[in-house]
Ligand binder design. Structure first.
Ligand code: C5P
Length: 313
């Protein structure tokens, strides 16, 4: 039976503890070895029956979120409705806490949230595999937002293998003013590689470094050792994000000076992620970073976090 009352889904942000970017594919995407960890910052997506599809959004940066057909949550509602031959007659409300265009998969979270919320509201009971395929149509990071936890993403990031994680990792996220465009960051990565290829004959543009999951990083997740994970963190998009937003270099230095075990740009940025040894250290680092003047705000949180979850009874 379709529900008549609102359905709310909570969806986590992510950090990429490894983002190995390979060559550009014929379809314009890059081959990746992408280790996702879901972290405890969440958006909430609420869907309510309505005469026609409409989207509203509140929270930090919500004025930057498109409310028309370009909104990823609206596209998710349309895609699921089309999949089941019905009309997407819902009001989708997004309560944002994940930074907008921050490299933490906020838009992907909203798409996964809207898909699960509509499936619950309409009682369409889409099998998990089909939901994951719809997620992949919406964006490379959307399948991970649905499943959460930790996973290795291959292909353009959408082919997921769940990963084992022991215990809890403590993080601080330095959130920036304004976002970075993911396609622009990938383009800048290609441009920097073109330059490198011009100066280093050994650099192979067709195979910059075939992206593979790093064994030491996967072992650190399995054992839950924050120092080992800190030593293995890496993001091939970081030089491109710093090139487009040079002030991120100061943010990364401020996090290191504040006592982080390691830091990196989250995904395509501009959010920066810092690994801390425990919750007390994370709280201290967040305080220092927030006062450093190198970011808009700093948020302590933990990982892994669960994927998209219906929170209404
Ligand atoms: O899949 P999604 O729509 O989230 O990707 C946004 C953009 O990021 C793509 O249009 C592409 O420019 C870039 N991208 C890429 N390679 C990937 C994932 C994303 O080049 N594996």
């Amino acid at each position: 039976m379709p529900r008549t009352a609102a359905v709310t889904v909570r969806v986590p942000a992510k950090v990429n503890v490894q983002l190995a970017v390979g060559a550009v594919r014929p379809d314009g995407y890059h081959d990746l070895a992408n280790v996702f960890l879901a972290v405890g910052l969440y958006d909430e997506v609420t869907v309510t029956p309505a005469d026609a599809l409409r989207v509203t959004c509140t929270g930090p940066g919500s004025d930057q979120v498109p409310l028309d057909g370009g909104n990823l949550a609206a596209r998710a509602a349309e895609l699921l409705a089309a999949h089941h031959g019905r009309t997407p007659d819902v009001h989708v409300h997004i309560a944002k806490d994940i930074p907008v265009a921050g490299g933490m998969a906020g838009g992907s979270a909203d798409a996964a949230g809207a898909l699960l919320a509509c499936d619950t509201l309409w009682d369409t009971r889409t099998p998990r595999e089909e939901l994951l395929e719809l997620c992949a149509e919406l964006g490379s990071d959307v399948p991970f937002s649905l499943v959460g936890g930790a996973a290795l993403g291959r292909g353009r990031g959408e082919q997921l293998t769940p990963l084992e994680v022991k215990g809890t990792f403590h993080w601080v996220f330095a959130l920036a003013d304004g976002g970075l465009s993911t396609p622009e960051v990938y383009r800048e990565c290609d441009r920097l590689r073109d330059l490198a290829a011009g100066t280093d004959p050994a650099f192979d543009l067709a195979d910059p470094a075939a992206p593979e999951a790093d064994a030491a990083l996967l072992a650190a997740l399995r054992t839950g050792d924050a120092h080992d994970l800190a030593a293995a963190l890496f993001n091939d998009l970081q030089p491109a994000a710093v090139s487009l937003r040079p002030s991120l270099a100061q943010t990364l230095t401020a996090g290191a000076d504040a006592g982080a075990l390691a830091g990196l740009v989250s995904g395509s940025g501009p959010s920066c992620a810092f690994l801390a040894s425990d919750a007390d250290a994370a709280a201290r680092i967040a305080g220092t970073l927030a006062a450093s003047g190198t970011c808009r705000t700093a948020r302590p949180t933990t990982s892994p976090a669960p994927g998209a979850t219906v929170t209404t009874p």
